[in-house]
Structure formats: structure tokens, C-alpha cells
Design a protein around this ligand. Sequence first.
Ligand SMILES: Nc1ncnc2c1ncn2[C@@H]1O[C@H](COP(=O)(O)OP(=O)(O)O)[C@@H](O)[C@H]1O
Ligand SMILES: [Mg+2]
Length: 312
Amino acid sequence: MTNRPPILEVVNLQKTYDSGQVALKDVSLSVHEGEILALLGPNGAGKTTLISIICGIVRATGGHVTVGGHDIVDDYRAARRMIGLVPQEMVLEPFARVTSSLTLSCGLFGMRPDRAYLDDLMRRLSLYDKRQSTTMTLSGGMKRRVLIAKALAHKPRVLFLDEPTAGVDVELRKDMWAIVRALRDDGVTVILTTHYIEEAEAIADRIGIISGGSLVLVEDKVALMDRLGQRQMRLKLETPVSAVPASLAHHALRVAEDGDLVYTYDGLKGPAVGDLLFELANAGLKLKDVETKRRSLEDIFVDLIHNGDHAR
Ligand SMILES: Nc1ncnc2c1ncn2[C@@H]1O[C@H](COP(=O)(O)OP(=O)(O)O)[C@@H](O)[C@H]1O
Ligand SMILES: [Mg+2]
């Protein structure tokens, strides 16, 4: 990573809606150019509020944000021009043709449309053949592609995607992931929100976890998986048990629904398998098979939310 200033800087951001609802408590975040950051959190966590503030749709009640060094309030136009937003809700003009809805987007930013760029954009998003269709005749997946193309029409440096794959089928989801990676490879910084853990795990370089209006953790995905990703070993037994035998109580064992034993250990330190297997035999338990698996981000997420373990 370079020492360049972050492309997005969020400092002590707070939002309390007029209703009194506190949506963001004190969120600070720096994002570097060319990364994919996934903001992961359950419904109501504050993801859309955070994005809406950065994009100038909602006004913060505290803190500040800069995009490419431009303050989003004092220097709104310059900041907004650097941003593309694919909103959570579909907002398309039903009777507009694909090409004209892209040129319209350029117009909103006072930009003359760059035809060659827009053609290339439509090709990359597999929209080119449909460029003369009106948006209302397109399938749901194509409409989402139009939304992305619209968000990119004015050549923003930072693209926000708010729940890009909520309610889409598996195939389209994979397509979206490929599109996001290709954008990143072109140097666009991508910030997306999701409540799908496997989505964050699949495409993000860094993951931020939002819960109850606070950013509880932001970390490089691989480091997060390594640091928190404990491993589990499933000891499949000839004869299922209903409780952990007393002689094995000092091991991190629990009984699975089907009567197997599950042993959790630190992926970095490795298991104390020798001792464990010896003691297992002494307790009269016969092993049928052993399976190991890494804890998923889902397990980590559940721990963070339920145990309030900020694990910084
Ligand atoms: N316009 C609004 N007025 C009042 N409360 C709102 C408004 N928008 C969102 N909220 C509340 O703020 C909290 C965060 O919502 P939101 O940012 O939409 O979360 P997420 O996108 O993570 O689901 C929720 O409790 C939600 O009900
Ligand atoms: Mg939302």
C-alpha cells in the first residue's frame, strides 16, 4: 500500500433521525483507493444511512466526511462528482432507453457524455445489445446492470453499491461479483453493503462489520479469517454419545446434534490431537472418522454480535 491519503475518510460520523432514532453512533473509517470494502451487518444496522450521508442524500448530525480530499458538505459538488451510487431501491425511468438514461446521468453532473466510454461501459456490463431498449422491458438482472452503468456514467472514482445482490438469483450474484472485481481492477474503489456473509467473504479485500449503528470491526479479510478463524474438528464416533465423558471435560469439546463430538481449536496453534485421541480411546470411544473445517465468517459474525466481543 502507498502512503497516499485515503480516497474516503469518515470521521466520528453520527446520525440521529428526526424521529429520535439513532442510526449511527460514532463511525470512523478510512478507505484506500482501489480496494473493495464490504460493510456487513444485519437489517437496521445503519449501512444505508452511512452510504446516504457520504453520497449527500442524508445529512449527518455529527462528524465529517471527505471524498478525494473534498468535504461532502463544504465542497459538495466536487465530492459528489467522484462518487457513483447504486441504490438499494430500483430507481429507473421506465420509458427511457438504456443509452439515454446513461447520458442523463452524465448531465446530472454537468458532464458531456463520453460516447466511447459509455459504449465500452455497456459492453462490459453486457448491456450493449439492449442499448436501445426501454428500461421497463428489461429483466430484473438487466435493470440492475443499467443501475450500475448509470452510477458509472460520469466516471466516478468511488462506487457505492447498497445491497447489490439482495433478492437476486445465484447466477446473477456471481455475475455481480465478477463485475465488481473488474471495476476494482480498473482502479475504481468499491464499497458495498451486504447482509450476506458469503458475499463479503467472496469479494471483499477488507470487511467492516456494522451493528447497532457502530462499526464494531474493520479488518483485512484474510487477516480476519486467520485471526478469528478457528478450526473445528468433528470426531465421528462408532457409538454416538449424549454428553462429553467426564474424563474429557478439560478439552474444548461439545456434543453435536447427531452424537458426534466437536473439538474447537486455534487454527494457528494447531490441535492437541495426540493427547485427545489417546484420552478418547481410554474413555472407551471408538472413532469412525474425523473431519476438520474452518470456522466461517458467519460463525465469527454471530460471536461478534452476540458476545459483544469487539476483538480489535
Ligand atoms: N428516514 C428515516 N427516518 C427514521 N429512521 C430511519 C430512517 N432511515 C432509517 N432509519 C432507521 O435507522 C436505522 C438504520 O437504518 P438503515 O441505515 O436503513 O440500516 P441498514 O441499511 O443497515 O438496514 C434503522 O433503525 C432504521 O429504522
Ligand atoms: Mg440498507
